[in-house]
Design a protein around this ligand. Structure first.
Ligand SMILES: *Cc1c(COP(=O)(O)O)cnc(C)c1O
Length: 428
C-alpha cells in the first residue's frame, strides 16, 4: 500500500503524532483531521522539484481545494501565492495575509461587481473571455492594468469528465485560434497583457497530457509574442497534479515530472525567443489531498439485501465518492493494517441511495462503535461540504507534533438556520 499510514504503540492510527481514537473522543465525529507537516512537506517537495530546474518559478496554491484559514496561513508562511476562483476566495486569501500581488484571480462567468471587487482588492486578474475583457475596460481603475488570459489549449485531462477543464467541450478560457486577436484587442483597449495561463484538468497522474498542454500553451505564447509583440512576465500551466487514491495506484515521480515539463518549457522559450518569464503552476490537490482524514463512527451494522456499515458522515460531509464515483481508502482506526475478512458497503447518514462511501469494499471486521478513517480527504472535501439534510458541518482540527487545534468549530442547528427569516404574516 502506498499511503504510509502511521500507527502508535497501541496500534491505533496516528495522525501528525495524535491518536485518531483520542481525537474522535475529544472532538466528536464526523471530524476532519489535518496533518500540518504533510501540507508543508508536499509544498516543499513540489517547489523544490521545479525550482531546482528553473529558478524563476512560482506556485499558486489553488485554494478551492481547502480554504480553511489555518491551511491558507500555513501556505502563506511557506511562500506560496494563491489561485483564487471567486471573490470569496480573494477575501479569504487577503485575510490569511497574502499580498494582493501574490493572488491570481481566475474567475469564469464573472460579473461586473466581481470585476470591481478584483480591481479594488489589487489582485492580478486572469481573464476567461472577450466579454470579461470588454466589460473590464469600461470600469474605472482598469486603465493600464496588467492582465493575463486563460487559454484553452484544446487539450484536456482529468480523473472524471467533470474534472476536465480543457478541450472542445470545456467552458473555460479563450480559444487557441483567437488568442493573438484577443491579446491585440487587450493592447488596443489600453491593457498591459503580461501573462498566459491554462488549466486543463484535475487528478492527472501521467505526465503525457500535461506535456501536451505545455507544448500547446507554449506554441500559443510564441505566436502571441511574435504577432502581437507581447513580452510575457509569466507563463502559468495551472494545476491538476494528481495523487493516488487507490492503494495500487503509484505516486507520480515528481522530480521526473518536473524535469520533463521544465525541459520542454525551456526548449520552447528558446524556440520563440520568449526570454526568462516566471514559470507558474497552481497545485491544489497535490498540496492538501493526502494531508487530511475524515474520522467517522460506525453506528449501525446491518444485513439486509447486502451488508452495510452505516456511519455518522455522509455526502454532505465528503461529496467526492457520490459526485465523481471517487475511491477513498478507508481503514478501521484501531487496526489500520488489518487484513480484510469481508466485503461490505459503507454508507452515510444522508437520505439518498447515492450516499455511499464504498460499495463492495474488502474490510476487516467492523462493529458498531468502531471508528473509521477515510483517507485523502484534504482536497475538495470540506470545501465541497454542505448542510444537506439540515446537518451541521463537522469540525476541523489541525495537528502538529501530537497537538491538535480546532481550526473550525462544529456547526450547530442555529448555524444551519442562521440566515433564514420567516415573513411576519406567517408568524401567528
Ligand atoms: C481547480 C484549479 C486548480 C487546481 O487543480 P488541482 O487539480 O487541485 O491541482 C488550478 N487552477 C485553476 C484555475 C483551477 O480552477
Amino acid at each position: 500500500m502506498n499511503f504510509d499510514l502511521e500507527t502508535n504503540k497501541k496500534g491505533n492510527l496516528s495522525i501528525g503524532g495524535a491518536d485518531a481514537l483520542e481525537l474522535a473522543d475529544e472532538y466528536k465525529t464526523p471530524l476532519y483531521v489535518i496533518d500540518e507537516m504533510k501540507i508543508r512537506g508536499n509544498y516543499r517537495r513540489l517547489y523544490k522539484a521545479f525550482s531546482k530546474q528553473y529558478d524563476n518559478f512560482n506556485m499558486y496554491y489553488a485554494c478551492k481545494a481547502n480554504t480553511n484559514l489555518a491551511v491558507m496561513k500555513i501556505l502563506e508562511e511557506e511562500g506560496s501565492g494563491i489561485d483564487a476562483v471567486s471573490p470569496g476566495e480573494i477575501y479569504t486569501s487577503l485575510l490569511a495575509g497574502f499580498d494582493p500581488s501574490k493572488i491570481l484571480y481566475t474567475g469564469n462567468n464573472v460579473t461586473d461587481e466581481e470585476l470591481e471587487f478584483t480591481i479594488s482588492s489589487g489582485v492580478r486578474l486572469n481573464i476567461d473571455s472577450i466579454s470579461q475583457l470588454k466589460r473590464l475596460s469600461k470600469l474605472s481603475g482598469a486603465e493600464g492594468m496588467e492582465i493575463s488570459f486563460r487559454v484553452n489549449p484544446n487539450v484536456g485531462a482529468g480523473h472524471h469528465k467533470h474534472c476536465i477543464t480543457g478541450g472542445p467541450l470545456s467552458k473555460f478560457g479563450i480559444m487557441e485560434e483567437e488568442a493573438v486577436e484577443v491579446y491585440k484587442l487587450a493592447q488596443e483597449l489600453g491593457f498591459k497583457p503580461v501573462g498566459i495561463h491554462s488549466h486543463i484538468g484535475s487528478g492527472i497522474l501521467d505526465p503525457e497530457p500535461f506535456m501536451l498542454a505545455v507544448r500547446s500553451l507554449m506554441d500559443i505564447a510564441g505566436r502571441v509574442h511574435r504577432e502581437a509583440g507581447v513580452e510575457f512576465d509569466f507563463i502559468d500551466f495551472g494545476g491538476g497534479i494528481g495523487i493516488p487514491y487507490e492503494p495500487e495506484e503509484s505516486k507520480l515521480d515528481i522530480d521526473l515530472f518536473a524535469q520533463k515539463i521544465v525541459d520542454l518549457f525551456k526548449e520552447k522559450l528558446g524556440e520563440y525567443d520568449l526570454g526568462k518569464p516566471t514559470m507558474c503552476i497552481e497545485p491544489g490537490r497535490y498540496i492538501v489531498g493526502d494531508s487530511s482524514y475524515l474520522l467517522t463512527r460506525v453506528n449501525t451494522v446491518k444485513q439486509s439485501y447486502r451488508k452495510f456499515a452505516g456511519v455518522d458522515a455522509g455526502f454532505n460531509t465528503l461529496l467526492r465518492p457520490t459526485m465523481y464515483g471517487s475511491y477513498h481508502h478507508i481503514v478501521v482506526a484501531d487496526k489500520p493494517g488489518a487484513e480484510p475478512t469481508q466485503t461490505l458497503d459503507i454508507a452515510g447518514d444522508v437520505c439518498e441511495s447515492g450516499d455511499l462511501f464504498a460499495r463492495d469494499r474488502p474490510m476487516p471486521d467492523i462493529g458498531e462503535g468502531d471508528l473509521l478513517a477515510i483517507l485523502n480527504a484534504g482536497a475538495y472535501s470540506f470545501s465541497m461540504s454542505s448542510q444537506y439534510n439540515s446537518r451541521p458541518r463537522p469540525a476541523e482540527v489541525l495537528v502538529k507534533n501530537g497537538e491538535a487545534d480546532v481550526i473550525r468549530e462544529r456547526e450547530t442547528f442555529a448555524d444551519v438556520l442562521a440566515k433564514q427569516n420567516v415573513p411576519v404574516r406567517l408568524l401567528k
